[in-house]
Design a protein around this ligand. Structure first.
Ligand code: NAP
Ligand code: MG
Length: 511
């Protein structure tokens, strides 16, 4: 793994007793914390039916890509090839958009909301039935722990379809006195960090409102979207209502530029989001963007520190830090700084890194080699700019892509690790003295997706929350989601909301 060796004065390795090991790297015992490891508890995966090749899902059928090209999807925990995935080109995109247009005109826009709702309820129930299998597939293809895919992703995926199924026949109550009409065909592009959940966030509201969809999953995590396509077939969703086209950025770009699309919904990086915004600005296409973040998690001296430390852990190490709303900048009030750092050190030393299919694993595999390189490069920059790194001693498997839970202290506002999204299990810790300073520093970022506040005082929560420029602010908790709650950003984190009644708006015109 291309990890730069930091100078020892800048690096502390913590073992499972939370002790900092100050000895030079070469002199440290290898197995220091292994004595209280759990026995392996792998989730069964031998019943999972992976296809050798996954085709595109267009007009209700699986069809070979016109290019004849396929790309590999690998398991990032083992580097083993799982399957080949069809690479869609402009011709495939055109077929998918045409199928979506036909389905919109002839079937879906004419169907009463209560009938559309029935399909969505059926899809939600089928997802629940197959939740375990889908969770295992999500973990195998993306590297996230089974604990997360099974207990967080899949329940939320089903909940999202249930929630919007309920809205399908109640749009007139969502916007009283207004007539709500669908937009037409939606082109939807999603990233790799929550593959099925992002698909649900895109498809469920669009379908509830009467639109048809062409969805492009991320290149490294397409498999579960294509298993979802099988569920759509089983639910007998009319042909062409949802089309799933796989491929890399070029496929996404072909979808964005197709002229017969009414709505683009994109979740991904700010860089690509900006490119998309400039591509659609002179067209009739409506646009929503859910982009990156660099959230502030603020801990006041009156906070319940043990709970706050658990919140920090959930905020940054959850899903390997592959979370757009991750609490990646931690602001700690000076008077409790040493206490928080000590507890944080102890806690990261107990996080288990390894086989994502093991039910005890806390931190799974980094999604791809490219993402691991990005994390390593940013950690290097932190060391070069003078910050101190604390890193867990967790033993990393020999194969696959891994990064140990880590945090930086001695971070200043101008360090790259304080400004840029690392998108890995690496936290930047800074301090503040007054609430005003905390607010100013938290808002000092081009992003505005989420934030967290930890304090014992309700009045302080209200004061701070009102001044934070972030779409979601969690108080005394972190990374909690519910389909009825809107999610989205300010500033360079994008615009538009997904979830809740607000999540219907991007898929409707109101008159
Ligand atoms: P990304 O590179 O922007 O990719 C996102 C999606 O866009 C992928 O499907 C990608 O395909 C596709 N794509 C790439 N280039 C494109 C182009 N020129 N035109 C159209 N589509 C294109 O983002 P990522 O690095 O995979 O994902 C991580 C980012 O997503 C982070 O910045 C994170 O903060 C953000 N995110 C935001 C939210 C939110 O709700 N705000 C949620 C999750 C993630 P390929 O994967 O095949 O390249
Ligand atoms: Mg994969």
């Amino acid at each position: 793994m291309p990890r730069r060796k930091p100078s020892t004065s800048q690096l502390a390795i913590v073992d499972r007793n939370g002790e900092a090991d100050e000895r030079p790297v070469a002199k440290r015992p290898l197995d220091f914390g292994e004595r209280w490891s759990y026995a392996p508890a792998p989730e069964a995966s031998n019943y999972i039916k992976l296809h050798d090749r996954y085709q595109l899902f267009i007009n209700g059928r699986f069809v070979a890509p016109k290019s004849g090209n396929y790309f590999d999807s690998i398991n990032p925990a083992t580097e083993e090839k799982l399957a080949e995935i069809g690479a869609a080109n402009e011709k495939d995109i055109d077929l998918a958009v045409k199928a979506a247009r036909r389905a919109y005109r002839n079937v879906w826009s004419k169907m009463p909301g209560r009938e559309r709702g029935k399909y969505l309820f059926r899809i939600a129930r089928l997802i629940q039935e197959k939740a375990r299998e889908l969770a295992v597939l999500e973990t195998m293809d993306g590297g996230k722990t089974i604990k997360e895919s099974r207990d967080i992703d899949l329940p939320l995926v089903a909940a999202h379809f249930f929630y919007y199924a309920g809205w399908a026949d109640k749009l007139e109550y969502a916007f009283p006195g207004r007539k709500a009409r669908p937009l037409g065909v939606a082109g939807q592009i999603i990233p790799w960090n929550f593959p099925l959940l992002m698909a649900a966030w895109k498809l469920a509201p669009a379908l509830a409102c009467g639109n048809t969809c062409v969805l492009k999953p991320a290149e490294t995590t397409s498999i579960t979207a294509l298993h979802l396509a099988q569920i759509l077939q089983e639910a007998e969703l009319p042909d062409g209502v949802v089309n799933i086209v796989t491929g890399a950025g070029k496929t996404g770009s072909a979808l964005i530029n197709h002229t017969d699309i009414d709505k683009i919904a994109f979740t991904g990086s700010t860089e690509v989001g900006k490119r998309i915004a400039s591509a659609v600005v002179r067209t009739k296409k409506k646009l929503t963007l859910e982009l990156g973040g660099k959230a502030a998690n603020i801990i006041f001296d009156d906070a319940p520190i043990d709970q706050a430390v658990e919140g920090i852990i959930a905020g940054i190490y959850f899903n390997q830090g592959h979370v757009c709303c991750a609490g990646s900048r931690l602001f700690v009030q000076e008077s409790v700084f040493s206490n928080v750092i000590r507890k944080l050190r102890d806690r990261i030393s107990t996080l288990r890194v390894g086989d994502p299919l093991d039910k005890n694993t806390d931190i799974g595999a980094i999604n791809s080699r490219a993402q691991l390189d990005k994390i390593c490069e940013l950690v290097d920059s932190g060391l070069k700019q003078g910050a101190q790194l604390v890193q867990s001693r967790a033993r990393l498997p020999a194969k696959g892509y891994w990064y140990p839970p880590s945090f930086f202290t001695g971070v200043t506002a101008s360090h790259r690790i304080a400004l840029e999204e690392i998108f890995g299990p690496v936290l930047s810790v800074m301090t503040f003295r007054t609430p005003e300073e905390a607010i100013a520093r938290a808002n000092n970022t081009p992003y505005g997706l989420s934030a967290g506040v930890w304090t014992d005082k309700g009045s302080k929560i209200f004061k701070i929350v009102n001044q934070l420029r972030a779409g979601v602010v969690w108080a005394n908790t972190y990374n909690k989601f519910d389909p009825s709650s809107p999610f989205g950003g300010y500033k360079e984190s994008g615009f538009g909301r997904e979830g809740g009644r607000h999540g219907l708006l991007p898929y409707l015109t109101l008159s």
